[in-house]
Design a protein around this ligand. Structure first.
Ligand SMILES: CC(C)(COP(=O)(O)OP(=O)(O)OC[C@H]1O[C@@H](n2cnc3c(N)ncnc32)[C@H](O)[C@@H]1OP(=O)(O)O)[C@@H](O)C(=O)NCCC(=O)NCCS
Length: 144
């Protein structure tokens, strides 16, 4: 698998990947909304590809204080081969170059088992925090 930066032409394939891996998608995943991210740190939006096929993705973001991981996904046909690990390691190398102190990710309750994957990569769960959200442009409170 070759890992490279996402380009706008990748949208249909990446969207298809996300739908097939069962990620919970929202307004922020519509084409124009998603591409707003490219105005900030486009080098943190990564795809993994085999010849002619995108099989993985991960989006990093950095607000100057903390970094975040979104939409790590590996095509179901290619899971369990270390590709998810490689995507995370590649992103982490980029965050280290940016001197990021700490990064966060969120897991939906219905996908809680995936925490096992992240634990293997050194992540730990927080029971000292409560996540809160406020919608500014949508009433969507969807969760799985
Ligand atoms: C999570 C995901 C990206 C992992 O990708 P992958 O390529 O299969 O992962 P790897 O092959 O690198 O797995 C590394 C290790 O984590 C384990 N692992 C993978 N998925 C796991 C899961 N859902 N739960 C627990 N452990 C998991 C693997 O068994 C492997 O363990 P091993 O080293 O002992 O063999 C992939 O399962 C996926 O796309 N899931 C659906 C989307 C998703 O839930 N994304 C995360 C949103 S927070």
């Amino acid at each position: 698998m070759r890992i490279r930066q996402y380009t706008k032409d990748d949208y249909p394939a990446v969207r298809d990947l996300w739908e097939r891996t069962g990620l919970l998608l929202s307004l922020s995943d519509e084409r124009e909304e998603l591409h707003r991210m490219l105005d900030y740190h486009p080098e943190l939006f990564l795809v993994g590809e085999l010849p002619n096929q995108i099989i993985g993705s991960v989006i990093g973001s950095f607000d100057g204080r903390r970094a975040y991981v979104h939409h790590l996904a590996v095509d179901p046909d290619y899971q369990g081969r270390g590709y998810g690990t490689r995507l995370m390691e590649h992103l982490e190398e980029k965050l280290e170059v940016m001197n990021v102190v700490k990064y966060h990710l969120l897991i939906e309750q219905c996908n809680a088992d995936v925490a096992g994957f992240y634990r293997k990569l050194g992540w730990y769960e927080r029971d000292d925090l409560v996540m809160m959200s406020k919608n500014l442009r949508t009433d969507d409170r969807s969760s799985c």
